[in-house]
Design a protein around this ligand. Structure first.
Ligand SMILES: *Cc1c(COP(=O)(O)O)cnc(C)c1O
Length: 334
């Protein structure tokens, strides 16, 4: 397989750092915990969507697009990174934001990612919950096309086979770091949502025959649905890469016990994970994704699922700018 044959535009600061978290390791008293800092990809406060956008935006450019469109929840990190990539590459960006939480707080609606969308010059429309958002987006895109615009649409989370190539690339990058640093890693853990991150990672890991299990901690869908989404996308990604069949169904593992009240709504364990990471390692997790991943990691260590003597890599997928949209969840003394 040859990742270099796909068009790619450089947007991320790579390789992202891979660091030991000694105080978190000590605090939890279980396995040695490392962190892969994809919160430090650089573009407009970073995050995992930037790796996907390197391949997606290159495809948009190749198709001569003058406008990109995408969709996501109000505090979508993906929408913000897409708006930033479009600004950097001189394209217009239009985004559809879905109200998935019903939150009415000012900061939720106008701060965090929404503020950055605006600063990058993106235009926005809003939608209520429970619509087919990709279909809504295509309908709006067709209106722009009728006006003569060349619109490239990106699915929610940038999760198609093109976007997933960004996480095939991350799998290669991590393996290279593990080998260079002499780290024998037992598990990789990360938050999984629209499936592109996990699908790309598992495809890359399996294509290298890395032998390292990957666990996605779900943020929305129940386990069977989440695993099916990841598996289906991994199959397409492997085909695109020219290595069909490298991913087996049982390679795709998701744990969806940490979704809490629902997508975009933190539970007590989500907030505890934010607190623990911030106080032990000065790492900022976000309430929608990475802190649910962190909550899963913490609980699975407390339960003895991950044990002393093992080495875990937690992939930090970013999103901390969203904290400023969630101030209503924290008791800051007045
Ligand atoms: C989108 C996102 C994820 C989930 O990645 P998917 O590829 O959508 O599964 C995890 N963490 C953060 C911060 C995200 O923005």
């Amino acid at each position: 397989m040859n990742l270099a044959k796909f068009p790619r535009v450089r947007l991320a600061h790579l390789a992202t750092p891979l660091e030991l978290m000694p105080r978190l390791t000590e605090h939890l008293g279980g396995p040695e915990i490392w962190i892969k800092r994809d919160d430090c990809t650089g573009l407009s406060t970073g995050g995992n969507k930037t790796r996907k956008l390197e391949f997606l935006m290159a495809e948009a450019q190749a198709q001569g697009a003058d406008m990109v469109m995408t969709q996501g929840a109000t505090q979508s990190n993906h929408a913000r990174q897409t708006a930033a990539a479009a600004a950097k590459l001189g394209m217009d960006c239009h985004i559809l934001l879905e109200d998935r939480t019903g939150y009415n707080h000012e900061n939720y609606k106008y701060s965090g990612n929404v503020l950055l969308d605006h600063l990058h010059g993106a235009t926005m429309e809003h939608r209520g919950p429970d619509l087919d958002m990709n279909a809504e987006m295509e309908a709006v895109a067709d209106k722009f096309r009728a006006e003569g615009r060349n619109v490239y649409t990106i699915p929610g989370g940038g999760s198609n086979a093109t976007g997933a190539l960004g996480y095939v690339n991350c799998a290669f990058e991590m393996m290279n770091q593990f080998v260079t640093m002499g780290l024998n890693v037992d598990h990789i853990v990360h938050a999984t949502g629209s499936a592109g991150t996990q699908a790309g990672l598992i495809t890359g890991l399996k294509a290298m025959n890395a032998g390292i299990p990957l666990l996605g901690i779900g943020v929305r869908a129940p386990k069977p649905k989440q695993e099916e989404n990841v598996y289906n996308l991994a199959v397409k990604t492997a085909e695109k890469l020219g290595c069909p069949g490298v991913v087996a169904r049982e390679d795709v593992m998701a744990n969806t016990d940490y979704v809490g009240p629902g997508y975009g709504m933190p539970g007590d364990d989500t907030l505890e994970a934010i607190d623990i990471f911030a106080r032990t390692e000065a790492i900022l997790l976000d309430p929608v994704y990475s802190a649910k991943g962190g909550a899963g990691l913490i609980d699975l260590i407390r339960k003895g699922h991950f044990k002393k003597g093992e080495r875990i890599v937690f992939l930090h997928t970013g999103g901390a700018i969203g904290l400023t949209g969630y101030t209503h969840c924290f008791d800051v003394p007045k």
